[in-house]
Design a protein around this ligand. Structure first.
Ligand SMILES: C[S@@+](CC[C@H](N)C(=O)[O-])C[C@H]1O[C@@H](n2cnc3c(N)ncnc32)[C@H](O)[C@@H]1O
Length: 400
């Protein structure tokens, strides 16, 4: 059965989905707050495309696990799940095919103090002369003197990798481009690395050239904000229990079989985000070859391929989950061949089909979290989505 045909198998009733496996309760509510930046400040260290709010893993970790349990995320991104697990006294496992994820997640679960960061920044020499004609042209983003400092920091970080250096790296990554004076670049987008030609156009339209931005003070200021919630000692104490891996979600090397109690995750949606292009300045700063990521990240506009990919990932999750373990998978709604598809319905369906669910999960519940519309609109009709909702659709599956 094709992926799209799967949709004909279920019907949307008031409080449940009718599926071949039986009725599945569907909860529509505002399960967590719409307020911005309410959680631990470490969560807001970096912007990341398509990241979920930390309230989402908090909700599922709280509801379905106890302290000491293991929480995993095969599509870790900026490390939201692993950090939230760590903050809630659980063991965290995080994986992503992009090595950038590990650079962003590691310092959050291995934080250092602001004094250590300040002392280290004092010691790093960013004034070594650099022949910019031998470097990549980044003149549309950075003033030459800013760029020299960035390259010196990058060179330093190639050979200095303790937890303080890594925290500085994560913080510098968050400062590479953005719209305010706190960033290293001329006015740009904070969330995505835009192409050089687009940046040149922005400069032209605004009639500006990149001005000098001294980078150490900006790193220190951002690090202070990132660390303001405190609790470092607890995180440091638990750090050795967490693990970060880099690889494909269909083959989670380093994840032991039957070791995970709950997975909270969000896979790449049907070609919604270009994770490679949108992080090119970060991967450049970290010396991650673009080609090494490009072939591996799954970014497909093809629903059948997406369904096969999710199905194979579920098989691997089945292996790593403990008996009775759960997967909370967040998917969104996407425009596909001119219609809006709710990917939770696709997910529920594939879980009900032997063809896609060889290892047997049972869908327990579907959660629809939405902040902007009435419950009914959020749950069952998609017209509003055209206006751009802030809806999370989470399918909760149990290993059987
Ligand atoms: C929706 S984002 C997850 C964001 C994350 N929940 C957070 O809060 O930061 C999806 C992630 O999947 C990763 N990804 C894409 N293809 C992958 C694959 N085949 N295996 C593992 N990760 C993959 C991308 O690099 C991206 O970080």
């Amino acid at each position: 059965m094709s992926a799209l045909a799967l949709l004909q198998n279920i019907s949307n009733e008031a409080d449940y989905l009718m599926t071949p496996q039986g009725p599945v309760p569907k909860h529509c509510n505002e399960f967590w707050t719409a307020k911005q930046r309410q959680m631990h400040s470490l969560h807001y260290a970096n912007s990341y495309r398509a990241s979920f709010k930390p309230e989402l893993p908090e909700f599922f970790i709280n509801k379905y696990t106890k302290p000491g349990d293991t929480i995993g995320d095969p599509f870790g991104g900026r490390g939201t799940t692993v950090l939230q697990a760590a903050l809630m006294n659980r063991k965290g496992l995080s994986n992503d095919v992009n090595p950038l994820s590990e650079r962003l997640a590691f310092p959050k679960i291995n934080p250092v103090s602001i004094e250590e960061i300040s002392d280290r920044l004092d010691k790093i020499d960013l004034s070594t002369p650099i022949d910019l004609s031998r470097e990549d042209d980044m003149s549309m983003f950075y003033h030459a003197d800013t760029y020299r400092e960035i390259i010196n920091l990058r060179n330093y970080l190639r050979t200095h990798r303790d937890n303080i250096d890594r925290f500085i790296e994560m913080t510098a990554l968050s400062r590479l481009h953005g719209h305010s004076n706190g960033f290293f670049s001329a006015y740009s987008f904070p969330q995505i690395s835009i192409p050089k030609v687009n940046q040149a156009k922005i400069n032209q339209t605004r009639g500006v050239e990149p001005d000098y931005r001294e980078i150490k003070s900006r790193i220190l200021k951002k690090a202070k904000t990132t660390l303001k919630s405190g609790g470092l000692k607890d995180l440091q104490r638990l750090a050795r229990f967490h693990r970060l891996t880099t690889g494909d979600s269909r083959d989670l090397k380093g994840w032991e079989s039957e070791s995970v109690n709950l997975v909270v995750t969000s896979p790449p949606f049907l070609n919604q985000v270009d994770y490679v292009q949108d992080t090119w300045i970060e991967t450049w700063f970290c010396d991650i070859p673009r080609e090494s990521v490009e072939d591996k990240i799954v970014q497909t506009p093809d629903l059948q391929k997406w369904t096969d990919f999710i199905s194979a990932t579920l098989s691997e999750l089945h292996r790593v989950l403990a008996k009775g373990g759960l997967v909370a998978m967040e998917v969104g709604e996407v425009r596909y061949q001119g219609v809006i598809l709710n990917l939770d319905e696709i997910l529920v369906n594939l879980t009900c089909q032997r063809q896609y669910n060889m290892h047997q999960f049972k869908v327990r519940e579907v959660y629809v979290q939405s902040q902007q519309f009435t419950k009914l609109a959020n749950c069952f009709k998609v017209e509003n989505n055209k206006l751009g909702t802030n809806t999370n659709r989470i399918v909760l599956m149990e290993k059987i």
